[in-house]
Design a binder for this molecule. Structure first.
Ligand SMILES: [Zn+2]
Length: 114
């Protein structure tokens, strides 16, 4: 399962970022997920809660910011909302499009509480 390996990467980033002797605990992990990243946010939440016990993320909530997909048509220059791959340009029906955003998968920050 794709989401499980992502949850493990989030955990290893958190472990590298948060020193073992630090005070407090991590209460939140803020990540950005693009609409076109083919990540199921519910599956990711599930995977995250399955692996966090006994780790630095034991008390952390996963906060997902969803980035909408956006593409620009290479033929007519139209910028449109793309929610899945293979969508044609709504103006000229062209399939030659450049994806501007929506493929993100990024850990933005950790929320730490004393
Ligand atoms: Zn077009």
């Amino acid at each position: 399962m794709h989401e499980l390996s992502i949850a493990h990467s989030v955990l290893s980033i958190a472990e590298r970022t948060f020193p073992a002797d630090a005070r407090g605990s991590i209460s939140g992990v803020n990540i950005q997920v693009g609409e076109l990243s083919s990540i199921e946010t519910e599956a990711l939440q599930f995977a995250f809660s399955a692996i966090r016990s006994g780790t630095v993320l034991e008390r952390a909530e996963l906060q997902i910011e969803l980035i909408p997909g956006e593409a620009k048509c290479a033929d007519c220059g139209c910028v449109f909302h793309m929610n899945s791959f293979g969508m044609a340009c709504p103006e000229c029906q062209g399939f030659l499009v450049n994806i501007l955003r929506g493929k993100e998968l990024k850990v933005l920050s950790l929320t730490v509480e004393e």
